[in-house]
Design a protein around this ligand. Structure first.
Ligand SMILES: Nc1ncnc2c1ncn2[C@@H]1O[C@H](COP(=O)(O)OP(=O)(O)OP(=O)(O)O)[C@@H](O)[C@H]1O
Ligand SMILES: [Mg+2]
Length: 1108
């Protein structure tokens, strides 16, 4: 099996971890490091791609690379994310399987980059065209827009996605993109109002301030100075290597491409500016007479500008910041807000404003990129969701993010590890179980509807009475205390009572990726995600289209006292939908790994990578793959795909698919250790084998295409040629006719001219003569004139006759010419064709005759007389001859089955037929009787013991017969024994030997022509036995007895064969007398058996009943 450049050739380390030898965690890491050091950031585990973030741009994403990986097999080239994208795309396009690309890894591992690479690859290789290009461009440009609004710099990643994104790209049947649908998951909105140290707010704020023109900023009432905004943290306003101003232009451009109208862009920017302004509104306390704390806006300038931006009445918003109205049924109660509450309300508004704006943008983009055609779509989903997060201070957001990652790990386990092992068992493939950690138990801890943490939180949030984060923790401590992955200081589980790393207001979960400590502070609040109704109503009153749309619950028509679903509930529901969606698609995994914590290139921190390798379960993944098979496919699909590689399976295999695959693999000489047969699938161990099959298929397809091309071209040219030939014959015929006609007309014309000249000349001559004669003999002129007139008429007649003859000649000549031409050309067409058609027809008839004959052959029984009827009389001779040959052949076949004994029996039968057939009437009745020989079982029957011992030869025939008394013709029963050498007659009762005649003394046997059993054994004159005379005997088995006697005599080379005389009258020597035995036809009245009577001294008459 040779291949071209492959994943397995010239590799740095090994390209597929499945081939790693020996396999250990150390060798795994060493291989990853070695490859990373050589800029090989991608490595496979079977079909899973591991991607190590290089933190610098590598020249491996060029258009040339795209071309290199396009339409190539997954294992053909060195590992690359393009190979995975190509595989997924081709599988979607050619096999009609919906795909999903699951990109996982921790924050900063390169998920978002990977998702963009996949999308750009697919965009580069799929179809082209104005409409398609527009769709592609819109899909790609949605990325910078969403990144500006949803990504931010964190300590782990300068472009960290702070929302989850799942994008379904939809394709038509040709594989051209039609559009897409984006789903977003829980934006980390707390970042809008507060960012941890060293991190930034969402990119768009900085991009707007540094990239917008002065004029725009003025319109938005903003100042370029970042430090003027409370919501923008100062210590990392700019990120090295990031040009916010340039990015702003990119985003604006992208928004335009995606389809945002200019007024929509302005509205979005106004909202962004409003959020910044909102952050600058500050409150001061003001005491009221009733002792309640009240807050007032400190500097109303920002408030005023914000209200102007959004078209809100300042007093309305100001009031909403100072009062809170609680509505219960028909009652309305207004309470004042203190300063802290006012700040809380402000931040809640900012967070809601921003997150709703973000969701609106996703919906808006979806509206633009929605597929127009209503036909069935094929879908490729790309999931780029926030990575697993372990911060110093982890809150509700991290809990939610990590929950999502647990679910993704679960689906990975479901689909790769467990599913793989279960499949081997299902298919009956020999398999040793591999242990792996199943994180279903952690998912259950978080999401169980009865006692999961999210359910507890919801229960707590909806519970009447005082609800705080502490009461929530208490609840967890009682309900989850026993759970092996839940740890809390105050839980009943005494194990943690003294664990100082576990503060009292925290709980810890042992995630699959490590332990994470969650501070409960803010859980209840964030889960409730409440926005005071006064604020949403104030927003709804705004004279701003977009704001109105974002706060529909503020509409007085929609007052709804029911609490909205909690953030946790919503998230859980959307994650559930996502998981169900992913399970319906064919998964493709990209497992991203972060090589170091410094965002630095060339640094590979082994401990960090080791941790990720462990929690991503990559070692188990390799082990399962190694123990298993690289590739599997249902027999039907496999046969369909590769059947052209074997003559026996191409073009159709009639038996079961599995047998077809077995024949195929045997024919291709694939070593048996390379594959196994499961119940419904074939399992191929090595990628190389798969590649070998694919390569052969590719070549074969080329050959088949060339064959089809050849036949089509041949057909086309032949058709063209025949058409031209036909036209040429028509043209030539017409031309020849035309040429001949022209020639004929010319000749005719010339002849006429010559004729007229000649006639003119003759007439003139005659006229001259007449005139002359008239002048000379005026008297003689009249008769002469008459004579001349006569001769002129005669001449005219002659001329006319000649003209007629000439015309006749011309006509005959034309016919003759035509005949000649037709004869000449006939041999090219009809004459030849006739013979060919005749030959062809005869051939076909004969072929059909033979095929029919083959189908309708009679049975193999030699006595079967049937034979198909002859279809045509000309086949008469052949038909009879074939019948004869067939009969001879089946007789031969029949004979060849005979055993030696059976053969001897038949030979005897044959002998009998030669002796008696058509000679003796008894013969036909003997045909169906088998010649048993020993009818008395002489050697077994104790009665004949004595007799048996008296005969020393082997008994060939033993039977009871009648010996005819010479005196009266009556029969006496006797035992008749025939041995090789003699005939013995013995007493039937006593077994005493009465006579023993050596065969050599027998001269002949006489029998009648009738159906009787009489026969005379005639003895040689002068022999010792002849003294008593000949024997006249009678037996029903006459035929057998005489045949055996004859055969024995014939086998003896020393003597002439016994003569068998068949006659109705013969002489028998009784002592000294010769008696004539005569057979006459008796009436059936005498009974069925023949009777014998002594008539006189010389005559014994045997009356044989006539056969009806
Ligand atoms: N293939 C790559 N080539 C070059 N640089 C890369 C590559 N992948 C990632 N990076 C670098 O790593 C940074 C982080 O990557 P990315 O934003 O994709 O991480 P992430 O996994 O999406 O993290 P988060 O979960 O925080 O969103 C990128 O901004 C980029 O600088
Ligand atoms: Mg990301």
């Amino acid at each position: 099996m040779e291949g071209k450049a492959s994943l397995l050739d010239n590799m740095i380390g090994v390209g597929d971890m499945v081939l790693l030898e020996p396999l250990s965690e150390d060798s795994f890491l060493e291989n990853l490091k070695k490859r990373f050091d050589h800029n090989e950031i991608y490595t496979y585990i079977g079909s899973v791609v591991i991607s190590v973030n290089p933190y610098r741009s590598l020249p491996i994403y060029t258009p040339e690379k795209v071309e290199e990986y396009r339409n190539r097999n997954f294992y053909e080239l060195s590992p690359h994310i393009y190979a995975l994208a190509d595989e997924a795309y081709r599988s979607l396009r050619d096999q009609d399987k919906d795909q999903c690309i699951l990109i996982t890894g921790e924050s900063g591992a390169g998920k978002t980059e990977a998702s963009k690479l996949v999308m750009s690859y697919v965009a580069a290789v799929c179809g082209k065209g104005q409409e398609v290009n527009k769709v592609k461009e819109q899909l790609l440009q949605s990325n910078p827009v969403l990144e500006a609004f949803g990504n931010a710099k964190t300590v782990r990643n300068d472009n960290s996605s702070r929302f989850g994104k799942y994008m379904d790209i939809e394709f038509d049947f040709k594989g051209d993109p039609l559009g897409g649908v984006i789903s977003n998951y829980l934006l980390e909105k707390s970042r809008v109002v507060k960012q941890p140290r060293g991190e930034r707010n969402f990119h768009v704020f900085y991009q707007l301030l540094s990239g917008a023109s002065d004029e725009t900023l003025k319109k938005l009432k903003l100042d370029r100075d970042v430090s003027k905004y409370n919501y923008l943290c100062l210590d990392s306003a700019s990120v090295s290597g990031v040009d916010d101003a340039a990015n702003f232009r990119t985003v604006r451009n992208a928004m335009q491409i995606v389809g945002f109208m200019e007024d929509e862009v302005q509205s979005v920017l106004q909202l962004v500016a409003a959020v910044l302004k909102l952050g600058n509104i500050e409150f001061k306390p003001e005491s009221r007479s009733n002792g309640l704390d009240e807050s007032r806006v400190k500097d109303k300038n920002d408030l005023k500008e914000m209200c102007e931006l959004l078209g809100i009445e300042q007093s309305v918003l100001e009031r909403a910041f100072s009062y809170r109205t609680v509505e219960a049924k028909s009652e309305k109660v207004s309470t004042t807000l203190n300063v802290a509450q006012a700040y809380y309300a402000r931040d809640a508004l900012a967070k809601n404003l921003y997150s709703r704006l973000f969701s609106w943008m996703v919906t808006r983009i979806n509206g633009s990129i929605k597929a127009q055609a209503k036909t069935r779509h094929k879908v490729m989903g790309v999931l780029d969701i926030y990575g697993f997060e372990i911060f110093e201070d982890n809150s509700f957001e991290q809990f939610i993010i990590n929950y999502c990652n647990e679910k993704l790990q679960q689906i990975f386990i479901e689909l790769t590890l467990r599913e793989e092992q279960e499949e081997y068992i299902r298919e009956g493939i020999e398999w040793t179980n591999i242990e792996y950690f199943n994180n279903a138990v952690i998912c259950d801890l978080m999401e169980n509807n009865q006692n999961g943490i999210l359910a507890m939180l919801d229960e707590e949030c909806l519970r009447p009475g005082t609800v705080t984060d502490e009461t929530f923790l208490d609840k967890l401590n009682t309900i989850c205390a026993e759970h092996q992955h839940f740890e809390s200081r105050l839980s009943k589980n005494s194990k943690f009572l003294t664990d100082h790393s576990l503060p009292h207001n925290c709980f810890r979960i042992q995630h699959y990726a490590g332990k994470v400590l969650y501070r409960v502070e803010g859980f209840v609040d964030k889960n409730n995600d409440l926005l005071y109704r006064d604020l949403s109503q104030a927003m709804y009153k705004a004279n701003h289209n977009l704001i109105k749309q974002l706060f529909p619950e503020g509409s007085p028509a929609k007052i709804n006292l029911k609490r909205p679903p909690t953030a946790g509930f919503q998230f859980k529901a959307s994650v559930g939908t996502l998981m169900r969606n992913l399970q319906t698609k064919n998964p493709n995994y990209i497992r991203c790994i972060k090589p170091n914590d410094k965002k630095a290139s060339h640094i590979f921190t082994e401990s960090l990578v080791c941790h990720q390798v462990r929690y991503l379960g990559l070692m188990e993944n390799v082990r399962v793959r190694r123990a298993g098979y690289a590739f599997r496919q249902a027999y039907e699909a496999c046969l369909e795909r590769y059947k052209m590689l074997c003559k026996k399976t191409w073009p159709h295999w009639k038996g079961p698919a599995r047998q077809g695959v077995e024949v195929l693999m045997a024919d291709l000489k694939v070593p048996p250790e390379e594959y196994s047969y499961g119940r419904s699938k074939i399992f191929i161990r090595n990628p190389r084998t798969l590649f070998f099959l694919e390569e052969r298929r590719r070549q074969c397809l080329q050959d088949l295409a060339a064959l089809i091309q050849k036949i089509y071209r041949g057909w086309k040219c032949r058709r063209q040629f025949l058409l031209m030939k036909k036209s040429q014959v028509v043209v030539a015929a017409w031309y020849r006719r035309y040429a001949q006609e022209k020639k004929y007309k010319k000749i005719k014309h010339a002849t006429t001219v010559m004729q007229s000249y000649a006639r003119g000349w003759q007439a003139r001559k005659l006229l001259r003569q007449l005139k002359h004669q008239k002048r000379i003999w005026p008297d003689a002129a009249l008769p002469l004139c008459k004579h001349s007139a006569l001769s002129a008429r005669r001449e005219l007649r002659r001329l006319k006759e000649e003209a007629r003859r000439k015309h006749a000649v011309a006509v005959i000549w034309a016919y003759w010419q035509g005949l000649k031409v037709r004869r000449e050309y006939r041999k090219f067409f009809r004459a030849n064709a006739g013979r060919k058609i005749y030959n062809f027809t005869v051939q076909r008839i004969i072929q059909k005759y033979f095929l029919n004959l083959r189908k309708n052959l009679p049975s193999m029984s030699p006595i079967d007389k049937s034979w198909p009827t002859r279809p045509y009389s000309f086949l008469d001779g052949v038909h009879t001859e074939l019948r004869r040959i067939f009969h001879l052949w089946r007789c031969k076949k029949y004979r060849s089955q005979f055993t030696e004994e059976k053969k001897a029996v038949y030979e005897e039968k044959l002998e009998a037929s030669e002796l008696f057939k058509d000679k003796k009437a008894l013969y036909p009745s003997s045909v169906s009787q088998s010649f048993k020989g020993d009818y008395l079982e002489i050697n077994k029957n104790p009665k004949y013991q004595k007799l048996h011992s008296a005969v020393d030869e082997k008994v060939l025939l033993a039977d009871t017969i009648s010996k005819i008394n010479r005196a009266n013709g009556k029969g006496t029963p006797r035992i008749f024994l025939l041995t090789k050498k003699s005939v013995v007659l013995a007493d039937q009762k006593t077994g005493q030997v009465k006579a023993s005649v050596p065969l050599l003394d027998l001269a002949s046997v006489s029998v009648s022509k009738q159906s009787d059993g009489f026969f005379a054994l005639k003895l040689k004159e002068g022999s010792a036995s002849a003294v008593k005379g000949d024997f006249l005997l009678s037996s029903e088995r006459l035929i057998e007895i005489i045949t055996k006697l004859y055969r024995l005599s014939a086998a003896n080379a020393e003597r002439v064969p016994l003569s068998v005389d068949i006659s109705d009258e013969f002489l028998v020597q009784f002592k000294n007398d010769k008696v004539c035995v005569k057979f006459i036809q008796g009436s059936p009245r005498n009974g069925n058996s023949a009777s014998c009577k002594r008539k006189n001294n010389r005559l014994l008459e045997v009356s044989v009943p006539s056969t009806p």
